[in-house]
Design a protein around this ligand. Sequence first.
Ligand code: AMP
Length: 221
Amino acid sequence: MVIILLGPPGVGKGTQGALLTESFGWERIATGDLLRGARRDGTELGRQAQSYMDAGNLVPDELIVALVREHLKKLPPERGVVFDGFPRTLAQAEALDQVLPEVGRKVDAVLLLEAPADVLVKRLSGRRSCPQCERIYNIHFDPPVTEGTCDECGARLIQRKDDLPDTVRHRLSVYRDQTRPLVTHYEEGSTPVLRIEGDRKLEHVTRAIRRSLVKQLGVEA
Ligand code: AMP
């Protein structure tokens, strides 16, 4: 099973992707998390990605495709995969269409999560993340027990540079111009696009996703 989580920044792809991997035992490949990990580890990839990420721009396709290919090749063939934040451009989607058959896979469905722009801006500007375990909080809707501290690992929470208001607006326009058009790419290729309303309580979104996967793809709940 290969699922692509598609949607604007702040719509909840990370949270829902993590819940899906928990319930179905799938592997989540989140390129944003992998890039932040590379930056923390001080690798060459992390160094190359840094300025793009801080400005809310996309990291060049060839770096991202190489990263994803490397991860896919390491996975046992029977393991389901959820892509979160990838592909983000048509070139990445086309590269994925080539790489998947090399590992005996294909895209089974796209889960398109959407919410109005003002909701996304509010969510992103309230977002705080744990630099250590990547857990995400929101000071408005889902605060940690102790202010500024991760419930899971005790690390000091940070606000990502790219969650500052001007950068958020730029990221939303990058999504609209470069990533949203991928819906057409998948629809034209007859890949099911499952539309999920993301402007609801987290557990309602999770339930809608599960229902849709069970009904449309026969995934066992
Ligand atoms: P995310 O955590 O998914 O919002 O990603 C954070 C940042 O990492 C993005 O704003 C981009 O700079 C970079 N990034 C993550 N995934 C990709 C991708 N598939 N293509 C290009 N850049 C990416």
